[in-house]
Design a protein around this ligand. Structure first.
Ligand SMILES: NC(=O)c1ccc[n+]([C@@H]2O[C@H](COP(=O)([O-])OP(=O)(O)OC[C@H]3O[C@@H](n4cnc5c(N)ncnc54)[C@H](OP(=O)(O)O)[C@@H]3O)[C@@H](O)[C@H]2O)c1
Length: 329
């Protein structure tokens, strides 16, 4: 039985973690091609923090309830749903609505919860695995044997990028801001980890690789843009997924031409369900077997009950976390 009311978390006004508000809402109704999930756990991501601060509005039609990924049980089906039945355990990428007891997902953007995974672990997969797959492997075209340089190595995105690149045969350099994170990234398999507060990542990358990084996944921007151009190998690909140090900077563009670099980027949330479905299919084919074989698993930093979403956001903004922060219902 689906209740008439559910608990959910919204950010009615921009501000600090304290603006997050627990509200009662009717559970959403699944439309054509959509499934209703009774949420067991929901991942917390940096884009949720940006949305709370007023800088990342939900795309048209998406819920104002925060949350981009959930895991739980399918409890109702919209029309024309073919991939799931009531009772299935799934994990899903959603354009909003995850910090709630019920959430809807397009069936093509859901995947079966991997065998042997807890709901907390399953909820920690979609946002970072979709993002890393589409940016590092689709756009960046990282191949086995090549070097990946990943900034923010201890972040949800960074830990996923390290694990996936290693599981698929690449070599990895990660940058982080303290020694605890250095050790954590090494445990995850990174070949070289640079504490950017005490070491220059450009020099460390050139020394480790002898030629520069083949692919760079960057969420930092600012002065990192120029430094990434220096750290890249000939024919290197640089993929921009955020600008934590700002989107405006002065760049010496000569390496772009001399090294034949490709500098690209993308966002995930505004893409259509059909575009995300293509990424989901790649993950099902290439990554689900790795997860189910125990070759990679999301790193869980901490869990918080839904009503403590403010504490979860404060933890994320402290940047002390390593891996994923997850809300439980
Ligand atoms: N384009 C897309 O499709 C897409 C999708 C998902 C996420 N993202 C972006 O990817 C980034 C990572 O997301 P996430 O959820 O994995 O976040 P997260 O776990 O909070 O990681 C962010 C990390 O960035 C590092 N960092 C470096 N410079 C920073 C600065 N100036 N301010 C704050 N942190 C800084 C921090 O580690 P250190 O302390 O070690 O520096 C921090 O742990 C976010 O910017 C997010 O918006 C983009």
């Amino acid at each position: 039985m689906i209740p008439k009311s559910m608990r959910a978390v919204v950010a009615p006004n921009p501000g600090g973690p304290e603006v997050l508000t627990l509200v009662e809402r009717p559970p959403p109704t699944p439309g054509p091609g959509e499934i209703l999930i009774q949420v067991a756990a929901a991942g917390v991501n940096r884009p949720d923090v940006l949305q709370r601060l007023g800088g990342y509005a939900p795309p048209p039609g998406a819920s104002d309830i925060l949350g981009l990924e959930v895991a739980g049980e399918v409890v109702a089906l919209g029309e024309d749903v073919h991939m799931y039945i009531v009772g299935d355990s799934v994990t899903a990428l959603i354009p909003g609505g995850g910090y709630a007891e019920y959430a809807i997902a397009h069936e093509s953007n859901a995947l079966p919860a991997p065998l042997g995974f807890s709901m907390v672990e399953a909820a920690a997969i979609p946002e970072t695995f979709f993002t890393v797959w589409t940016n590092v492997f689709d756009r960046g075209k990282l191949k086995a044997g090549e070097w990946l340089l990943v900034h923010g190595g201890s972040s949800g995105i960074g830990t996923t990028a390290i694990m996936l690149a290693k599981a698929l045969g690449s070599k990895v350099i990660a940058t982080v801001g303290d020694e605890v994170k250095v050790k954590a990234c090494k445990r995850l398999g990174a070949d070289v980890v640079v504490n950017y507060k005490s070491e220059d990542f450009v020099a460390a990358t050139k020394e480790a690789t002898g030629r520069g990084a083949d692919v760079i996944l960057d969420m930092v921007g600012g002065d990192y843009v120029s430094r990434n151009y220096q750290a890249a190998a000939v024919d290197g690909r640089i993929v921009q997924i955020a600008f934590l140090k700002g989107p405006k900077t002065e760049v010496d563009l000569r390496p772009l031409m001399m090294k034949r670099l490709v500098h690209t980027g993308s966002t995930l949330r505004p893409r259509s369900a059909d575009e995300k479905a293509i990424i989901a299919e790649h993950l099902r084919e290439k990554v689900w077997p790795l997860l189910e074989a125990g070759r990679c698993k999301p790193i869980i930093d901490s869990t918080f009950p839904l009503e403590d979403a403010d504490k979860a956001h404060a933890r994320m903004e402290s940047s002390a976390h390593i891996g994923k922060i997850v809300l439980t219902m």
